[in-house]
Ligand binder design. Structure first.
Ligand code: MLT
Length: 258
């Protein structure tokens, strides 16, 4: 595995460390409302993952293990041994990789609009094609078709939130897009990582998520009753933006109950 890179991050508050990991292809500002709210009680650490935001974007594919190792190196720099890892979508894949590789560093795991399943072969193949396209043609042709899938159906995309989300996506460098697409394509199934009772685990789902389907998560937790599933009404794939108060409340409830 490549060496960790020094991640750009935002930190605020004190207390139990909570790491908020963004999804693809965004940056830590996705969690702005939750960083502001939760830092009254917790030490909130929100990095830009490798290839995103202001963090370095070296050449190559970025496995979820590599992204998790970058975050662990950041926690080392900050003197944090254990943290609650909360990840949005791809950030959830990174949190699962951390729990598999270094369980001693994970005091709790929360997936937000995320899931533990590997890509089906056709999805992995299309990610590889999109990775090659990003390197050839840039970020815009790969990410611009995603916007309408991120918000719940029927959302007016001519709004400031949609504009900011689109801008964050377009700022992601082609190498960042290609690196994580290559890494997501080969990530293993992680359902087994959710099976142990410890540490506490929960999933937050947008009821109208068009990317991570609520029915799939309901079927998953039917087999894993210790994993709490909380559904955020009025949200699609971006609960932290579409329903910030409800998302913060669900995060608080999980953190308080641990
Ligand atoms: C994300 O929001 O991080 C992506 O939808 C994850 C994925 O493409 O699987």
């Amino acid at each position: 595995m490549a060496d960790p890179v020094a991640l750009h991050y935002e930190e605020s508050g004190s207390g139990t460390a909570v790491v908020l990991l963004h999804g693809y292809p965004f940056d830590h500002t996705l969690w702005r409302a939750q960083i502001a709210a939760l830092s009254d009680t917790y030490r909130v650490i929100a990095p830009d993952l490798r290839g995103h935001g202001a963090s370095p974007a070296p050449a190559g594919d970025y496995s979820m293990d590599l992204l998790a190792a970058d975050v662990a190196a950041l926690l080392d720099r900050l003197g944090v041994e254990r943290a609650v890892w909360a990840g949005h979508s791809m950030g959830g894949y990174v949190a699962l990789a951390a729990l598999r590789a270094m369980p001693e560093r994970v005091a709790g795991l929360l997936l937000c609009a995320s899931h533990p399943f590997a890509d089906p072969p056709e999805k992995a193949a299309s990610r590889r094609e999109s990775a090659a396209q990003a390197l050839r043609e840039g970020t815009a042709p790969v990410v611009s078709g995603m916007l309408h899938l991120l918000f719940k159906p029927g959302t007016n995309l001519e709004t400031i939130s949609a504009y900011l989300i689109r801008s964050a996506m377009l700022k992601t460098p082609p190498q960042g897009v290609a690196g994580v697409l290559g890494g997501m394509a080969v990530r293993p199934d992680a359902v087994d990582v959710l099976r142990p009772l410890d540490p506490p685990k929960a999933i937050l789902a947008g009821r109208e998520d068009q990317i991570v389907k609520l029915a799939d998560l309901q079927a998953l937790v039917a087999d894993l009753p210790h994993v709490a599933l909380r559904v955020i009404d009025g949200a699609g794939h971006l609960p932290m933006i579409e329903q910030p108060e409800a998302t913060t409340a669900a995060l608080r409830a999980f953190l308080a109950a641990r």
